[in-house]
Design a protein around this ligand. Structure first.
Ligand code: SF4
Length: 348
């Protein structure tokens, strides 16, 4: 029996999902890649948490770790993932997902029913051999008491809700018959099939053109508000974070380097990496032909993680003899935010 901690019914400030010191490593022939290395964050009911950073910083592996679907040779090395749930009598309780067997019935029930995932590229996630209706219905039949007919009707309703035109006809289409935008809408419908409390959207619009991106983000925002969903939105795009998120975690090389409410971080970014990401957002007030700021250098090779602060080779504000020797830890900055950078304290 996994450890279960009963929480006070009246505790409204309880996070719906609380990730603590999460570590996911990949043991490869050439060494160990610490893809997620001590990441912590909370997400509260009805809020959107944006996880942002360049590709290779550990965002997607964080999402996959929460759902227990890390591909081999990845291993969850440590941490806790507390999910607040509801017993049949309505009593809330918490379960640490990392104590559940990954392929056990409880974890399988949590995937899809309590936490659902929208992938970056739906074509890679759908089966080519089944209609989209069959794929949505599969999840409904697995997680609910509905029969075939009820599940089909629910799938049609979901497709209509996410803006698929003529859903009673499109339900019998195969994924390859749909445009990229429609496929992403179907993927969202599939994720919502069992009324999850937490929706993880991993770069949900990266593969789409700009107009369709805006439509899908609008759809996610509407659904999030209507259903008071908690959304974890993973993106490399600070512009998307500005539009969608309430809170932000900025990740770099497997670490959360800055965390806090979106307004505080956008108006007063502290970590040099956050500042660089913000400078790379296109501005409509910039003079014509102004070059977009780009981040100097690139993310180091995973086996060549720099000693000290992992960002120091790219950091214009690095303190010689400190940043290249010691690793900063999170320093509280008030307003529920913290930053891991020696410019804000913690120098040895
Ligand atoms: Fe830059 Fe040093 Fe801060 Fe790292 S700790 S971000 S190198 S100033």
């Amino acid at each position: 029996m996994p450890p279960i901690l009963m929480v006070d019914l009246m505790t409204t400030s309880q996070p719906l999902l609380s990730v603590k010191n999460l570590k996911t490593y990949f043991a490869l022939d050439d060494g160990v890649v610490k893809a997620v290395d001590g990441v912590s964050f909370d997400i509260h009911a009805g809020r959107t948490l944006g996880i942002v950073g360049e590709s290779g910083c550990g965002k997607s592996i964080t999402a996959r770790t929460i759902l227990g679907i890390v591909d081999r040779p990845g291993r969850i090395e440590g941490g806790e993932i507390w999910l607040t749930r509801q017993a049949e009598d309505g009593t809330p309780y918490q379960t640490d997902l990392l104590t559940l067997p990954l392929e056990g019935s409880e974890m399988r029930a949590i995937r899809g029913k309590e936490i659902a995932l929208v992938f970056q590229e739906p074509m890679a996630s759908f089966s080519h051999y089944y209609t989209v209706g069959n794929q949505i219905m599969e999840s409904i039949l697995l997680h609910t008491a509905l029969g075939e007919e009820g599940a089909r009707q629910r799938a049609i309703d979901l497709l209509g809700m996410v803006g698929v035109p003529k859903p009673e006809r499109r339900i019998d289409d195969y994924p390859f018959q749909l445009s990229g935008g429609l496929r992403q809408r179907v993927m969202i419908a599939m994720a919502l099939a069992c009324d999850p409390h937490v929706l993880i959207a991993d770069e949900p619009t990266t593969a789409l053109d700009v107009t369709t991106q805006a439509q899908v983000l609008n759809l996610l925002q509407t659904i999030q508000k209507e259903r008071a969903l908690s959304v974890i939105l993973i993106t490399h795009d600070m512009g998307v974070i500005a539009e969608m998120a309430d809170d932000v975690v900025v990740m770099y090389l497997g670490r959360a380097v800055e965390r806090g409410p979106v307004d505080a971080i956008f108006y007063d970014p502290k970590h040099p990496y956050t500042k660089a990401l913000l400078r790379s957002i296109p501005s409509i007030t910039a003079k014509p032909r102004t070059k977009l700021a780009t981040l100097e250098g690139s993310i180091p090779h995973p086996f060549a993680r720099p000693k000290g602060c992992p960002f120091h080779p790219r950091c214009a504000e690095a303190i010689k003899g400190v940043c290249d020797r010691y690793e900063p830890v999170p320093i509280a900055q008030g307003e529920g935010r913290d930053v891991s950078c020696f410019l804000y304290g913690g120098q040895p």
